[in-house]
Write a protein that binds this ligand. Structure first.
Ligand SMILES: Cc1cc2nc3c(=O)[nH]c(=O)nc-3n(C[C@H](O)[C@H](O)[C@H](O)COP(=O)(O)OP(=O)(O)OC[C@H]3O[C@@H](n4cnc5c(N)ncnc54)[C@H](O)[C@@H]3O)c2cc1C
Length: 482
């Protein structure tokens, strides 16, 4: 099989997966009110790869079948730029509001497979080989993958490293003739209801002796014992006028429980190897996945600037304070864009012929963008004020008594008609103010772990040479110049 259509994605969701939302164990994902809009929205992302095939598809290096560009293992600067084009196209479709369109995981596993030598150390050669085989299936079957890499929080006073007696976090409890049995929980699986398979791969480092926690594998969503507890829906309605973003982009987030799940040996990529578990995420992963996710962030910030600008034009707001805030959003977007380009223009060789964007610029973005996104939401609310809520629904506009009044009293500056003005402010509210907006803000703060941790890490691993030399000159010079 090659790149799938949206209809093929939706057909694949009808299996025995155990998805819970509100009071329901959901059997019909695409038909349930909590999921119907996003199912359709994600199906459109699958259709996009055919509609924009020049940007989104490329031939599988072994079979020649058309597959999504996000599966590419970059081997040159041209490859990185080619991948950029496709990733941008996908990000534009959801204006970055869906953080986990499948290209996120596709890029991740392309990187893992391309740099499988990072997994094939310390006795994990077989696991690495299975991972390479898995990535072939992922790309050729166009599998929609969700993932969960973080241990649930139980008691922060016990420290960051999981204690060996912790029975909450996912761990191995035994073996069968076919595989291993795992028990426990992980957070969070964004996109879970709409995915075909679940990936478990390393998160934060484990302490010595934590073999039972050191696991990595990919299994079908309908694997017996797997349970997904979804958060409350932020889906709004299916009406795209009323809820332009939350009608289609509520990608969901699920707490995952593994109630004695059997993982077949052939799907295991790490089985108890703490050394490999602790090293794989500290190598090429960051440089690779950041290209996808920062192109998404750039697109989202550009959209926010365009939206905020249109919103202020709709009410003729040209005050200096407004211009300053618009300039602030533009600056964030431009800085992300320039940094992505800088990383792509100076790729680094990760071995085996794999070339990935430079790590350092991405480390800077990873810590700081989580603070810019909430600020942009704040600006949109400051600029929009009460106008964000003076927004009749589509059915109100169809009411013959109301419509003439709405047209008269809700028009905007420069004779902007009421319908256009309402559309703009509804879009802005869905971006910055609704339940979905609040969830997306939380996502931006935490999806790459917290900005706080990432800033600390950026400082810790940075090369101090040049900065230290600038300071040293003043420390070394004689106190008095003759
Ligand atoms: C919407 C959403 C979707 C997600 N989707 C996924 C997914 O698909 N797959 C997945 O695996 N995970 C997902 N996650 C989980 C995500 O990876 C975790 O939320 C993330 O790792 C943060 O975990 P934490 O609460 O331990 O954060 P922490 O890093 O512990 O941060 C919690 C708070 O403590 C502060 N803090 C932490 N450490 C320090 C420190 N050393 N110094 C100062 N302050 C500190 C932070 O600033 C923050 O306020 C998602 C999370 C969200 C919110």
């Amino acid at each position: 099989m090659a790149a799938r259509t949206g209809a093929e994605l939706l057909a694949g969701l009808n299996d025995d997966r155990e998805i819970w939302v509100g009071d329901d164990r959901v059997r019909d994902i695409a038909g349930h009110p909590a999921f119907a809009g996003a199912a359709r929205g994600l199906a459109e992302v699958f259709d996009l790869q055919h509609a924009a095939a020049d940007d989104c598809l490329f031939p599988d290096p072994e079979t020649g079948e058309p597959i999504n560009i996000s599966h590419m293992i970059p081997r040159s600067k041209a490859d990185i730029q080619r991948r950029h084009r496709g990733l941008r196209r996908i990000a534009e479709h959801t204006v970055g509001v869906m953080g986990r369109t499948p290209d996120y995981m596709n890029v991740t596993y392309a990187g893992f497979a391309g740099c499988s030598h990072e997994w094939a150390e310390h006795g994990n050669e077989e696991g690495a080989a299975r991972l390479v085989e898995y990535q072939k299936r992922l790309r050729r079957d166009d599998i929609c993958l969700t993932h969960t890499i973080i241990h649930p929080t139980t008691d922060k006073s016990k420290g960051d490293l999981p204690r060996l007696d912790n029975d909450v976090i996912l761990h191995k409890v035994g073996e069968t003739a076919n595989g291993i049995v795992v028990r426990g929980a992980r957070i969070l699986a964004t996109l879970a209801p709409f995915a075909d398979e679940l990936a478990v791969y390393p998160g934060p480092p484990l302490p010595e002796g934590a073999e039972k926690f050191a696991l990595s594998f990919c299994i079908p969503m309908a694997t017996p014992g797997l349970k997904f507890i979804c958060r409350d829906s932020c889906a709004g309605s299916l009406n795209r006028f009323d809820h332009p973003l939350s009608s289609r982009f509520d990608e969901q987030d699920a707490f995952v429980i593994f109630d004695d799940v059997e993982v077949p040996f052939e799907l295991l990529h790490i089985d108890g190897n703490v050394t490999v578990y602790n090293q794989v995420m500290a190598q090429s992963w960051n440089s690779n996945v950041m290209q996808q996710t920062m192109i998404r962030a750039w697109t989202k910030l550009e959209f926010a600037w365009g939206l905020a600008t249109a919103m202020t034009e709709a009410i003729g707001d040209t005050s200096p304070r407004t211009m300053e805030m618009l300039g602030e959003i533009w600056s964030y977007a431009t800085m992300v864009g320039a940094t992505v380009r800088a990383a792509e223009d100076h790729p680094e060789d990760w071995g085996g012929g794999v070339l990935l964007p430079q790590q350092k610029p991405f480390m800077a973005l990873r810590g700081i963008v989580p603070t810019w996104m909430p600020r942009v939401n704040e600006i949109i609310k400051l600029l929009g004020s009460h106008n964000l809520l003076a927004t009749p629904t589509w059915s109100m506009l169809q009411n013959p008594d109301l419509r003439p009044l709405v047209d008269q009293y809700l028009r905007g500056a420069d004779d902007m008609d009421a319908e256009r003005r309402i559309r703009l402010f509804r879009l802005a509210w869905d971006y910055a103010g609704t339940a979905l907006a609040s969830r997306v803000e939380l996502y931006e703060r935490f999806y790459l772990t917290s900005g706080a941790r990432n800033l600390q890490k950026a400082h810790r691993i940075a090369d101090r040479g040049s900065a230290a030399a600038l300071v040293q000159r003043f420390l070394d010079e004689p106190p008095i110049v003759a």
